[in-house]
Design a protein around this ligand. Structure first.
Ligand code: AOF
Ligand code: ZN
Length: 375
């Protein structure tokens, strides 16, 4: 098998824990001896051992000596919560280290590779660069910008509408597309919607998948944190998200200008209330809200609408990844909402162009995904 094929196996290990390691990156590693995988590992939830250590342990000291290590991320050379992986790799007598992406953490970046080379280990970098970099995108944004990586997801009709003029949106995309969204939810740390969407759709925002549809079989875990952004905290008590037994631990982010009584009422219902600095109009400052979430260890945030929230995120250039479904349906209506509100751009030349675009069909729906570069 080639380096690329063994790296694919390390990537599969990383995928098995994606979204379950925050605020750490999801890393996968395999140890290879005589062209055979003898150890596998993936990053533990905070703060257990790193991927490389699990792989070394599985291989065992005797077999690991003189073997090759494939890892999706440059091994760490600093002791934050666990001893540095470089030290363990050198001590184990690994002969060759094959790395996907370099660590975006400025405390590690390049130093891990340098330490291994200084110890006489043959180090190869940049294998499966695209896939291994994609795996650490949330961590890269988190560690370099101090905010969560933001995925904006929506489903719209072929004529670009999120709902009819009466607000009905059940359903735009088909069942297979909706299952895909639940799998996406299973890979993120938190899901945020605006108060308008909370009232219009009355969603649960839970991950509803059968065992067979679940990617993450290793760590059955709690659902991602559900967040409603509601500047004034005025939310109907009928909302499913506010029912402790249906959606436990929902968080409502309110502006610091909201009434104390309103916040107290929410807290009485078991809701977690977070006060966020206000912008000039007294509403929640979304940049400040994201910084607060990063401090809570939220590395990947999924925005599920609606138009106002996505318009604000777009206006502040906070969207990193787009996952847009287009359903072959027409509903029309000048007043029917479209995915991104706000004031929008004036000239086409300034349009944000997605990069690394992937287009696929999921049953009858089209899914377009891509990254938004921040230059
Ligand atoms: C690795 N293997 O599996 C991961 C790495 O002590 P921590 O977990 O908070 O992380 C320290 C740094 O190690 C973290 O900032 C990141 O750069 C890197 N993560 N490194 O060798 C792993 N998850
Ligand atoms: Zn490490």
């Amino acid at each position: 098998m080639s380096d690329l094929e063994f790296m694919q196996q390390a990537i599969a290990c990383a995928h098995s824990v994606e979204g379950h390691t925050s605020p750490r990156p999801a890393v996968g590693a395999v140890i290879v001896r005589d062209n055979r995988v003898i150890g596998r590992g993936a990053t533990s939830p905070p703060y257990g051992p790193h991927a490389e250590i699990h792989a070394l342990n599985e291989a065992g000291a005797t077999a690991a000596s003189g073997a090759d290590l494939y890892t999706t991320l440059e091994p760490c050379c600093i002791a934050i919560h666990t001893p540095p992986c470089t030290k363990a790799i050198i001590a184990a007598g690994i002969r060759r280290v094959i790395i996907g992406a370099l660590d975006p953490n400025p405390r590690v970046s390049g130093r891990g590779v340098a330490q291994l080379r200084e110890a006489g280990i043959n180090v190869v970098t940049g294998i499966a660069q695209q896939e291994t970099s994609a795996l650490i995108r949330p961590f890269a944004t988190y560690i370099t910008q101090g905010r969560p990586y933001v995925t904006a997801k929506w489903a719209m009709t072929l004529d670009g509408k999120l709902a009819t003029h009466t607000g009905d949106a059940h359903w735009i995309s088909g069942p297979a597309a909706r299952t895909w969204v639940h799998q996406l939810r299973d890979r993120v740390d938190a899901i945020m919607i605006g108060a308008g969407t909370a009232h219009a759709d009355n969603p649960l925002l839970t991950v509803r998948l059968t065992e067979a549809q679940r990617v993450h079989k290793r760590t059955p875990r709690q659902d991602p944190l559900r967040i409603v952004l509601s500047s004034y905290g005025k939310l109907g008590s009928h909302l499913h998200l506010l029912q402790e037994q249906l959606a436990p631990g929902t968080c409502v982010m309110v502006s610091e200008t909201s009434s104390l009584q309103q916040r107290e009422d929410l807290r009485q219902r078991g809701v977690q209330v977070i006060e966020v600095p206000a912008n000039k109009t007294g509403q929640v400052d979304l940049v400040a809200a994201l910084n607060i979430l990063a401090q809570k260890g939220i590395m990947h945030l999924l925005l599920e609408g609606g138009s106002n929230l996505l318009g604000t995120a777009f206006g502040h250039n906070l969207i990193d990844h787009v996952a847009a479904f287009i359903a072959p349906k027409l509903i029309g209506g000048a007043g029917s909402p479209s995915p991104i509100g706000g004031s929008g751009l004036a000239v086409m030349q300034h349009a944000l162009r997605l990069q690394g675009v992937s287009i696929q069909t999921i049953d009858e729906d089209l899914l377009i995904e891509g990254e938004i570069p921040h230059i």
